[in-house]
Structure formats: structure tokens, C-alpha cells
Design a protein around this ligand. Structure first.
Ligand code: NAD
Ligand code: TYD
Length: 344
């Protein structure tokens, strides 16, 4: 693992992973990133001068580019974070999710097969679909994705497994729970609610707010991926989360308590179509590699909210730019028709 490509390394989890990895390992990291709205150079602001890090701006679906970078840099590992990642965006415009998440991952697999490179793929708990009370997803459960985002991630996940089975390509997969922490684009729930609370704007909770998520700290996702890279078995899939869920309303309470926000800001708005009610994963398999999460989900959400309070320099320019257009499309009508404090 001397020469690594981290795709999507300017995004939320990718940038946290690059920082974590360079702190602990003697590798050269090439970030391959298309720099979409979610990919931001400033997410690695503290590291750009480091000779062990470089950026190639490009698309994982560009096979010639991926091949050239892998050859020139003698790459021995690709860690694939690059993706379109937001469920609501996948409902508004799904095709780019297939382009990047499915075809892009497929191109990485083809280059990895041609050059004999290990590929670690970052998948998600959303591939399991929504999970009835009393069950926790295990890695052998059938995939049952229900949003265009989740379906594109499920397709990629299966392609990665198919390349191991068919070609013996050395691959591993982690399926992460909902991550929270620094540098998460404010379209996602925790940074959206945190920044809205700080600005005194309403918090748009979809439906009754009793959907359940495992809000895991991004640090623990990074250490889980590291455990799989160092000690995981080739060809295997590992769930990475805390194994504990809370409702979105509980998450909102933690955000408001942490930031001293007003509960009167909460609005129950029209639900997301096909909204998955509950995700929950069993994480025994990654624990068996000696991995443990550092953060309880409640601490993870509180710590994330504090980061947004302390780092306005990072999110204020985002919120006043192109994000505004998306926000208006997604929320303005919903909020206008939401009675204050009442489920819609
Ligand atoms: P993000 O949206 O913050 O970042 C995605 C990154 O990928 C950005 O830097 C973007 O510019 C880059 N990118 C997008 N299309 C690209 C392309 N065609 N070529 C090259 N780069 C491209 O996403 P994130 O939240 O950091 O998620 C990273 C990965 O982890 C994704 O694969 C996602 O499915 C997975 N995941 C995320 C979560 C979560 O809670 N955020 C949970 C589990 C798994
Ligand atoms: P999100 O961060 O989009 O992650 P995911 O859909 O991948 O779980 O949303 C987390 C939860 O918060 C999910 O149940 C949807 C809900 N949510 C809201 O209630 N309002 C919002 O404005 C957003 C973005 C999400």
C-alpha cells in the first residue's frame, strides 16, 4: 500500500480518510476527484503542501485517465469513495448516479483487472433497503435497494463482488452507516440541521421524523476501512457502523441541545418519496478484526454539530453559492406548506 489512489478524496469521507491515512502510514496518496459540487479542495486545506499528496482532477469513468495515473504512479491500491451520494439529489436527477456510481466503479474494476491492482470499494447500508424492527443486516443478506442512489450503490457493490468471483480480482468492500463529522456537505441531514440551527432557519424534518439511522462518526468509518485494508480477508464484505440507531427526532434534539437552538425551528415537511424507515447493521464481522468505534452515535452527532459551529469559514461560502438553488428547489415549497411544529 505504497502508492494509493483515493477516488473522491475531496469529498466528506474521502478527505477525512486521506488525512487519517497520511497521519499513520508511509504512503503516497493520489486523490482522483472530479470536483463536483461536493468535492472541495478546501476539505484538504491543511495538506496540499505535503509531498505525499497530489490531486488529479478527473472522472473515474475516464478509463484512459485512470489507466495512465495507475501506470505512471505505480499504484498498488485504489480506495473508491467517488460517488454521487445524496438520496434527494438522486430523486431529482438520477442518471448521473448510474454514470458515476455504476459505470465509474466498473471502469475502476476494469483498470484494476488489467493492471493487477487491489480495489477497496466503499459501499453503504442503504443497499440493504429498509430493515424491519428487530433485525440487523448482516453481510450475507440480499440487497434490496429502494432509491436511485441506493440502487446505483447496490449495482456497484455487486459488480465488485462479481470481479472477485469471476476474475479473482483482490477486492474488499465496506458498507458504511450514515456518517457525520467535519466537511460533510450541508445537503445531508446533520450538517443541514446544524447550519440551519446556527442561522436561525427552520429545520425541515421529513414526515413524522421517526425514521431510524445509525449516525456513526466519520473517524470510526476511517478506522473501519483501515482495519479491512490491513486485516480484512480478500473477497469479503464488512459492515461498518456503531450497530445502534436513533430516530431523526432524537438526532434533531441533540443538534439543538448542542447548539442551544430553538425547538420552535422544527418543521415537519412532506416526506421524501420511498423514504427508508430504518437502517440497522450488525457489525460483528468488522469487530472480529479488532476494530471498535470510538464514538457513541449521540456523541458523534453532538461533535459534528460543534464542528459546524466552529467552522463557519467552511460552510458559509457553500450555503451562499450554488447550494441555494438546490435548497430552494428541495425545501421552499415544503416549508411554506408545513404547519409549525406539526407532522404534515
Ligand atoms: P461526498 O458527496 O461528500 O463526496 C463525493 C466525492 O466524489 C466528491 O469529492 C466528488 O467530487 C467526487 N466525485 C463524484 N463523482 C465523481 C466522478 N465521476 N469521478 C471522480 N470523483 C467524483 O460523499 P461522501 O459522503 O464522502 O461519501 C463517500 C463514499 O462513501 C460514497 O461512495 C458513498 O456512497 C459512501 N458512503 C457515504 C455515507 C455517508 O453517510 N455520507 C455512508 C456510507 C457510505
Ligand atoms: P440523509 O443525511 O440525507 O442520509 P440518508 O438519506 O442517506 O439516510 O438523511 C438522514 C435522515 O434524515 C433520513 O431519514 C432523511 C432525513 N432528512 C430529513 O428529515 N430532512 C432533511 O432535510 C434531510 C436532508 C434528511
Amino acid at each position: 500500500m505504497r502508492n494509493i489512489i483515493v477516488t473522491g478524496g475531496c469529498g466528506f469521507i474521502g478527505s477525512n480518510f486521506v488525512r487519517y491515512w497520511l497521519d499513520r502510514h508511509a504512503s503516497h496518496v493520489t486523490v482522483l476527484d472530479k470536483l463536483t459540487y461536493a468535492g472541495r479542495r478546501e476539505n484538504l486545506h491543511d495538506l496540499w503542501g505535503d509531498p505525499r499528496l497530489s490531486l488529479v482532477e478527473g472522472d473515474i469513468g475516464d478509463q484512459a485517465l485512470v489507466r495512465r495515473v495507475c501506470r505512471e504512479r505505480n499504484v498498488d491500491l485504489i480506495v473508491n469513495f467517488a460517488a454521487e451520494t445524496h438520496v434527494d439529489q438522486s430523486i431529482l436527477g438520477p442518471l448521473v448516479f448510474t454514470d458515476t456510481n455504476v459505470r465509474g466503479t466498473h471502469v475502476l474494476l476494469e483498470v484494476a483487472r488489467e493492471l493487477g491492482i487491489r480495489l477497496h470499494h466503499v459501499s453503504t447500508d442503504e443497499v440493504y433497503g429498509h430493515i424491519p424492527d428487530g433485525h440487523q443486516s448482516v453481510e450475507t443478506d440480499p440487497l434490496a435497494a429502494r432509491s436511485p442512489y441506493a440502487a446505483s450503490k447496490a449495482a456497484a457493490d455487486q459488480l465488485v463482488q462479481a470481479y472477485y468471483i469471476t476474475y479473482g480480482l483482490p477486492v474488499t468492500i465496506t458498507r458504511g452507516a450514515n456518517n457525520v463529522g467535519p466537511y460533510q456537505y450541508p445537503e445531508k441531514a446533520v450538517p443541514l440541521f446544524s447550519t440551519n440551527a446556527i442561522l436561525g432557519e427552520p429545520l425541515p424534518v421529513y414526515g413524522d421524523g421517526r425514521q431510524m439511522r445509525d449516525y456513526a462518526h466519520v473517524h470510526d468509518h476511517c478506522t473501519g476501512i483501515e482495519a479491512v485494508l490491513l486485516r480484512g480477508e480478500i473477497g469479503q464484505v464488512y459492515n461498518v457502523g456503531t450497530g445502534r440507531e436513533m430516530t431523526n427526532l432524537e438526532m434533531v434534539d441533540i443538534v439543538l441541545d448542542t447548539l442551544g437552538g430553538d425547538r420552535g425551528l422544527v418543521r415537519h415537511v412532506t416526506d421524501r418519496p420511498g423514504h427508508d424507515r430504518r437502517y440497522s447493521m450488525n457489525v460483528d464481522k468488522v469487530r472480529a478484526l479488532g476494530w471498535e468505534p470510538r464514538y457513541d452515535p449521540r456523541e458523534a452527532v453532538a461533535e459534528a454539530a460543534r464542528w459546524y459551529a466552529g467552522n463557519r469559514w467552511w460552510w458559509e461560502p457553500i450555503r451562499s453559492g450554488a447550494f441555494r438553488e438546490y435548497y430552494e428547489r428541495q425545501y421552499v415549497r415544503r416549508l411554506a406548506s408545513a404547519p409549525t411544529g406539526q407532522p404534515s
